[in-house]
Each structure stands twice: as structure tokens, then as C-alpha cells.
Design a protein around this ligand. Structure first.
Ligand SMILES: [Zn+2]
Length: 282
């Protein structure tokens, strides 16, 4: 099979997986790969990614001019072109709307807390690119701020974007983001997230070199809840300093009160409170 035929089949397979996992609904999402040095192979506009065939793909140049294909290229082509322009190392781009990660994007909550060692070593942080009208010039402009230093990001009130050295690497990063979003959501529902300390984050950054993990920028650990440094040169994660312990309890705070949200009562204390409340009602 030629390289082009293999890539066409890979796009079909990745589209099928994205749809099967619920990362896209209807005709959402888009996928592209580099075809040699000066062309791109891309999903077409208005097709369900779960039911594509290899012949549906479009070939464009790096300016987005269609060179081959019966259908028009993806409506988010401008965003893909911007990524390839900014990142010569990137071979593939995946965009989808995985529901939990997109929930964080809608809530305006970036996935940038130091929580899971494997996410830190692979993606570092997952910032949110600011809201832009889909398919317009605004979207590539919003993505440009983060794409030099990040292989994955959320798109405010829209979805997620991942890139990689090949198509499966880009797709697996989309899986990682959605998986991480689910775990973060569960931890926050439980009322507590233990954060990995800054010192441990620095150790994990060192492991990237040991294991040959490619990343476009180093991780920069900042104190929890502080504002990011330079998103163009650094993967900023929130990690409190603690030379003594590697995990730091972080109680989730409610937006309304700013107070600690976790309340722990024994069964006996809870029963007494309820009895008091019932007595006061009489
Ligand atoms: Zn989209």
C-alpha cells in the first residue's frame, strides 16, 4: 500500500474511533495529516467522521487550495493550516468535541493542575484558547497563542485540538485529554484534588529527557491559582511548592463562597444535626 493509501485508511479509522467514543456527534470534528512536504490530506466538510471512506478525503496545498478530491475540505481548515505553519514538527492535527473536556472548555476551567504524572510528562498542561467563531479567521488566531508550546488545548465553548508526530499520536492525545477531564471531574465532585508538588513536577520534567518524550516546551510549575507566565514558551501547570511531600491536599472551593467545600461529619454527628433540625420544625 502506498503512503497516501495508508494515511487515507488511518484517517478513516481515527474518525471511526472518535465517533464510536462519542468525541464527535453528527458531522463534528476534523482530521488532517501532512502528505509529503507541501501537501495535506484532510477530512471533507459535512461528513460524519464515523462513516467515512478513504476516497472522501481532500488534498490541499499548505495555503488551503484544493488540489484533489470531489468534496471541499473541512470548514476548520484555517485552524489546521495555522498549526502546520507554526509547528514544522507536527505531522497530524485532530479536532473533536469530547464531552467532558468540552465541559471544562465551556466552564472556562483549563486542565492545568499538576495532578497525573503521565499527563504531565506527555502533554504538560492543557490550556484554553479563547473563544472564536468556528470556521472564521478568529479560530487560528486564538490557537496561535498556545500551539507553539502545547500539543493539546481546549477551545473555549467549542471543543479540543491535539497535534502529533503522526496521526495516532495526535489522536491518542485527544483520548488522554478526555480521560484526564473525566478523572479531574470525579476528583472535584469528591471535593478534593491532591496536587503533585512543584519539586515532583520538576523531577517529572527531567524524566521526559530520560525516556525521550518529545515535547514542544518545558513544564513550568507555578504556585496554585496564580496566573500563567508566557504560554508561548512554557507549559504552565499549577503546582504548590513543598520540598517535604510530593502530594499536597487541595480542597476544592465553591465558586459562591470561596470557602472550603468539603464537610466531614460522622454518622452520629449527622444524625444529631438532622434531629435538631426536625425538632426546630415542630
Ligand atoms: Zn469543532
Amino acid at each position: 500500500m502506498s503512503v497516501e493509501s495508508t494515511l487515507r485508511a488511518d484517517i478513516v479509522e481515527v474518525g471511526r474511533r472518535m465517533y464510536a467514543r462519542g468525541y464527535t456527534a453528527s458531522n463534528d470534528g476534523n482530521i488532517s495529516v501532512r502528505l509529503g512536504t507541501d501537501r495535506l490530506l484532510m477530512t471533507p466538510k459535512s461528513v460524519c467522521k464515523g462513516f467515512m471512506t478513504p476516497d472522501m478525503m481532500c488534498i490541499t496545498d499548505l495555503e488551503g487550495r484544493k488540489l484533489q478530491g470531489d468534496r471541499d475540505p473541512s470548514s476548520e481548515m484555517l485552524m489546521h493550516l495555522e498549526v502546520y505553519r507554526q509547528r514544522p514538527d507536527v505531522q497530524a492535527v485532530v479536532h473533536a468535541h469530547p464531552p467532558t473536556a468540552t465541559g471544562f472548555a465551556v466552564a472556562g476551567i483549563p486542565l492545568d493542575r499538576a495532578v497525573l504524572a503521565e499527563v504531565l510528562t506527555t502533554l504538560g498542561s492543557i490550556p484554553i484558547a479563547e473563544y472564536a467563531t468556528p470556521s472564521t479567521r478568529e479560530l487560528p488566531d486564538a490557537v496561535r497563542q498556545y500551539i507553539k508550546a502545547h500539543d493539546g488545548m481546549l477551545l473555549a465553548n467549542h471543543g479540543a485540538l491535539t497535534v502529533g508526530g503522526d496521526l495516532y499520536a495526535a489522536y491518542y492525545k485527544m483520548e488522554t485529554i478526555e480521560h484526564f477531564a473525566k478523572i479531574s471531574l470525579v476528583a472535584r465532585l469528591l471535593g478534593r484534588e491532591n496536587l503533585i508538588s512543584r519539586e515532583e513536577v520538576e523531577r517529572l520534567q527531567g524524566l521526559r529527557g530520560t525516556y525521550g518524550i518529545q515535547a514542544p516546551a518545558p513544564i513550568c510549575a507555578v504556585p496554585a491559582d496564580s496566573s500563567p507566565d508566557d504560554p508561548a514558551s512554557c507549559q504552565v501547570v499549577q503546582a504548590p511548592s513543598s520540598p517535604g511531600s510530593r502530594l499536597i491536599p487541595n480542597i476544592v472551593r465553591t465558586a459562591e463562597s470561596g470557602q472550603d467545600a468539603e464537610i466531614r461529619l460522622t454518622y452520629r454527628e449527622l444524625s444529631a444535626l438532622i434531629e435538631d433540625a426536625v425538632r426546630n420544625l415542630r
